[in-house]
Design a protein around this ligand. Structure first.
Ligand SMILES: *Cc1c(COP(=O)(O)O)cnc(C)c1O
Length: 463
């Protein structure tokens, strides 16, 4: 095969892999099998495409890790970062200081956030944002003279990051098993995952039932012991779990009855993924706190934050005293300048409208065509996220033996054939850059279909 780097190849895969194997500890990786195979070296990217060190061109159906919303290769972002580094590469905002990029960014984020949310705390990542959330909600209730409102209700299979608080708030069992998590004061309820856990109920019935788990948990713990409920509008890492239509309205009905905070984790849904600025807008939610990251900078710089409602910021300001919390890189000037340029590009290219009215509906229509594939039990999606459930039997939603690792097989075949899809168990997921064109969507669908065909062939030899 002819190598295609889009430019000259200057990479030596073997020597890069040797360094990797000897010295690099990867996040979320089984190092034993990684060392046997050798890591795929990604060397360059442009638009929605990646190139590896062997010259393979791959359509990035995951936008990195759900983050490169504006696509790769946006030159103006690099220029802004370069100029900011020359002007002021770093200064902190502890001790009563600030700088122009961070205050401009806070104003800009407040202008696109729901109207009752007007202040932003900055962090370096989504995980740090959720550490901030944990401390902020407990501090809020203490400041109000109710320190016993301490527990946070979260969901099984939710993802809120990988720091101690993030992983504890998240509901990923394999993460809890390492390091003695969750920390005290976090209670997990069931997730609104109809395809996997809905049994004989209709999606609508199941949505109500899953939401009512929140009310049961509040009543079990006692309202006076509950600080907050945290959830993603659509669970991303958990497998693009889109709640049944009845779920969020029922959650809203329950929250209206009790005095607890709502934390909506917008790290994936924020900044256009669903065709709205935030998932909150899609479902008409009224959060008290919204952790953000990922699409906030389109991954060009690491940065996160927590958008705070007027109700919470007023209490923290009036009664909170000093908030003993912050990161060296909170509001980093280069990251802030990059985030501002990212937001400018999202607006200039009208990417929110493009996802809502044009490319989102187009992708979803084409994605549905995969539902007729013999391996696919359900194709679902919203905006520019999608999932396919791989099953042994469509009608009964029966899965393959998990030992077979069908999702992993499909993911590897897909990448080999030029499309990054991710596997969560046997759920295949996509989340492409928001700048993807219709032609590129056609390529994505064709490659996904090819991956399904080849997966079916391969597992027939294993059964
Ligand atoms: C990725 C993610 C996080 C963690 O963000 P990091 O930047 O990886 O720390 C938190 N919440 C959600 C919903 C995420 O998808």
């Amino acid at each position: 095969m002819m190598q295609d780097f889009g430019r000259e190849n200057t990479y030596n895969t073997e020597s890069l892999q040797a360094m990797d194997n000897a010295h690099y500890l990867h996040p979320f990786s089984d190092h034993k099998s990684l060392r046997e195979k050798g890591a795929r070296m990604i060397v360059r990217a442009e638009g929605v495409y990646l190139w590896d060190s062997d010259g393979n061109k791959i359509l990035d159906g995951m936008a990195g890790l759900w983050c490169t919303n504006i696509g790769y290769g946006q030159i103006s972002v690099a220029e802004v970062a370069y100029n900011q580094m020359l002007e002021l590469p770093y200064y902190n905002s502890f001790f009563q200081c600030a700088h122009p990029p961070v205050v401009e960014l806070a104003k800009e984020i407040a202008s696109v956030a729901p109207s009752h949310m007007n202040q932003v705390f900055f962090t370096g990542s989504g995980s740090e944002s959720n550490d901030t959330v944990l401390r902020m909600v407990r501090h809020y209730w203490s400041a109000k003279g109710k320190p016993e409102k301490f527990n946070i209700i979260s969901r099984r299979n939710g993802y809120h990051g990988s720091t101690v608080a993030g992983a504890s708030l998240g509901g990923m069992k394999p993460m809890h098993q390492q390091g003695g998590l969750p920390i005290p004061g976090i209670v997990h309820i069931d997730q609104p995952y109809w395809f996997g856990e809905g049994g004989d109920l209709s999606p609508e019935e199941f949505g109500i039932k899953a939401a009512q788990a929140l009310e049961s948990a509040i009543l079990d713990l006692g309202e006076d012991k509950v600080a907050a409920f945290i959830a993603e509008p659509i669970q991303g890492a958990g497998g693009v779990v889109i709640p049944p239509e009845t779920y969020w309205p029922e959650i809203k009905r329950i929250l209206a009855k009790y005095d607890i905070l709502l934390v909506v984790d917008e790290v994936i849904c924020g900044f256009g993924r669903t065709g709205e600025w935030f998932g909150t807008d899609l479902y008409g939610l009224e959060p008290d706190l919204m952790p953000i990251a990922k699409g906030m900078t389109s991954g060009y710089m690491p940065m996160g934050g927590v958008i705070v409602s007027d109700r919470v910021s007023a209490v923290l300001e009036e009664k909170g005293g000093e908030f003993n919390h912050g990161y060296t890189y909170s509001g980093h000037p280069v990251a802030a300048a990059v985030a501002l340029e990212n937001l400018r590009i999202i607006k200039e290219k009208q990417l929110i409208e493009y996802v809502r009215d044009d490319i989102g509906p187009y992708l979803q229509k084409r994605w549905q065509s995969l539902a007729s594939h013999p391996l696919v039990g359900e194709a679902r999606g919203v905006g520019l996220v999608g999932a396919l459930e791989l099953v042994k039997d469509k009608a009964s939603r029966t899965r393959f033996d998990s030992e077979l690792g069908v999702g992993g097989i499909c993911r590897d075949i897909s990448v080999e054939n030029g499309l990054v899809m991710r596997a969560v168990g046997d759920t295949m997921i996509i989340s492409p850059p928001l700048v993807i064109t219709r032609d590129e969507v056609e390529e994505l669908i064709a490659k996904a279909e090819l991956a399904l065909d080849l997966t079916l062939e391969k597992i027939q030899t294993l059964l």
